[in-house]
Design a protein around this ligand. Structure first.
Ligand SMILES: C[S@@+](CC[C@H](N)C(=O)[O-])C[C@H]1O[C@@H](n2cnc3c(N)ncnc32)[C@H](O)[C@@H]1O
Length: 213
């Protein structure tokens, strides 16, 4: 079970130093954005966008006719994102301070981007809500931390749990974080790994939406 109240409190404290603490994952985010294969004019949702590290690049990819919607439940994280956007020339970014579980926006998403958003992936309500506003055929890309399954990985996995303790509120599903997406994207699969396999990139297509959950 994820704990949204705890997450909001944790990110209240993390917001001011978050960007500095994530400098080493720039190449992973970049590969994930490439995997979206965004087209000009599309609408992409940056799920749990945090401080908006990926917003400007997404904005470039969809161009002035497209739209980027960044959603996050932490007001402090989104405030940093707002400042980032206001210092840029981008005019196609909308920011929402809302839980993914109940967020709503105009129109439908052509692409969904889950970048280091483990808690959201493990929330059935969040996935149900966001996919209800997503066009069939949308590309879905997720990138984040995962556990290793090799026999020798114990110490590394302990480090992963310790390092992530303030960045996520559940360790559930950390061996295959993308798995809950299979319900919506049956073809979701890992296409790349990074940092000894402790980070993954998975890609898929939204093809099914089951309404009787
Ligand atoms: C590790 S940060 C990732 C931020 C950003 N995507 C990035 O790549 O830097 C996780 C973010 O998820 C947000 N978050 C966690 N659960 C959420 C939920 N249920 N609804 C909205 N945001 C959520 C947190 O507030 C935090 O900003």
């Amino acid at each position: 079970m994820t704990d949204r109240s705890r997450s909001i409190l944790d990110y209240r404290q993390l917001a001011s130093t978050y960007d500095a603490s994530c400098k080493r994952i720039g190449h992973i985010r970049e590969a994930a954005i490439d995997a979206l294969v965004l087209q000009p004019g599309q609408t992409v949702v940056d799920i749990a966008c945090g401080t908006g590290a990926t917003l400007l690049e997404l904005s470039e990819r969809v161009g002035p006719e497209g739209k980027v919607i960044g959603i996050d439940h932490s007001p402090e994280m989104v405030e940093v994102a707002r400042q980032r956007v206001s210092l840029s020339t981008a005019k196609n970014i909308e920011l929402l301070v809302e839980p993914i579980e109940s967020a709503c926006f105009n129109g439908k998403a052509d692409a969904l981007f889950f970048c280091f958003s483990h808690d959201v992936l493990q929330s059935k309500e969040a996935l149900r809500n966001i996919f209800s506003s997503t066009s069939c055929g949308a590309r879905v890309v997720t990138v984040g931390t995962k556990l290793l399954t090799s026999w020798w990985a114990g110490p590394l996995n302990s480090w992963i749990h310790w390092r992530g303790r303030r960045y996520r509120t559940t360790e559930q599903g950390l061996a295959q974080p993308w798995k809950p997406l299979q319900e919506y994207c049956p073809d979701i699969r890992i296409t790349n790994t990074f940092n000894l396999g402790t980070s993954y990139l998975a890609e898929g297509t939204f093809t099914t939406y089951i309404t009787d959950h």
